[in-house]
Design a protein around this ligand. Structure first.
Ligand SMILES: Cc1cc2nc3c(=O)[nH]c(=O)nc-3n(C[C@H](O)[C@H](O)[C@H](O)COP(=O)(O)O)c2cc1C
Length: 235
């Protein structure tokens, strides 16, 4: 069975995915166990070959922040996929405290691009922005949950040929007298109790940023069993 075969299993039947690294062989030949609890207690043991890089890892390897976009709208079907990905994000206790505002109206995107001087301007040339909101009344982990959803947007975008970049909004300022959140809240009529974590700018990339090489990754920040103890790669 190849990794692609796994994607044929309806997502609804997979309630839990866990990857265990067996410690044998190279990264891509380690055993990957995909465990599903409901409804069939399906248990698959897969050996991933190097040429068969799992799709999710391949997407992560390619992803970079994209801030320049081709003047081309993002198709509705692709927006649906992005939303589905975010709605499938894990959240603490499954409270799902996020809410999303999909913005494609150029005038609004232009105004949103002024939310945070020195960090959001590039949004004016993006065809799509998703404002990621959270409801602190629903969960005390709304910042974590909205961050995970933000990442879901970025990874899903990469996997369907789009580029994107996170724009931080929470705890950032629009001006000396106004927070970025207050500015966006007014613009999009967001209720006071709803917080805004980020805007994810999305579209077809008009810049090529090379993927980070393996050598650039900060493996020195990874420890083995004890803090400070070297983690060494198997290959
Ligand atoms: C929490 C967070 C906030 C960010 N805020 C901004 C931002 O406001 N504006 C921006 O241009 N990029 C922002 N970024 C993108 C980072 O600058 C980018 O991820 C980082 O430089 C690493 O580059 P890479 O994404 O290409 O790997 C943010 C990323 C994260 C994770």
């Amino acid at each position: 069975m190849t990794y692609e075969d796994v994607s044929l299993i309806p997502l609804t039947t997979i309630s839990s995915k866990r990857i265990f690294l067996s410690g044998e062989g190279t990264f891509f030949t380690k055993q990957v166990i995909i465990e599903s609890i409901a409804p069939t207690m399906l248990l698959l043991h897969l050996s991933i070959k190097k040429e068969d890089t799992p799709m999710c890892i391949a997407t992560m390897q390619k992803r970079r922040s994209i801030r320049k976009f081709v003047k081309k709208p993002v198709e509705g079907e692709k927006i649906d996929i992005l939303i589905e990905a975010a709605l499938r994000s894990p959240s603490s206790r499954g409270f799902n405290p996020w809410e999303f505002i999909v913005v494609s109206e150029p005038g609004l995107l232009e105004k949103l691009s002024k939310a945070k001087p020195g960090g959001s301007e590039f949004l004016q040339n993006a065809p799509l922005g998703i404002v990621v909101c959270g409801n602190p009344e629903k969960s005390d982990t709304w910042t974590e949950d909205t961050s995970i959803a933000s990442m879901s947007f970025l990874l899903a975008a990469e996997s369907i040929g789009l580029g994107g970049c996170w724009i931080q909004i929470r705890d950032r300022r629009h001006s000396d007298t106004k927070t970025s959140e207050a500015y966006i809240r007014e613009l999009l009529r967001i209720p006071e109790k709803i917080r805004i974590e980020s805007i994810i700018a999305l579209g077809y990339a008009d810049e090529k940023i090379p993927p980070r090489t393996q050598e650039e990754l900060h493996y020195e920040k990874v420890y083995f069993n004890l803090y400070g103890a070297t983690y060494s790669l198997y290959d």
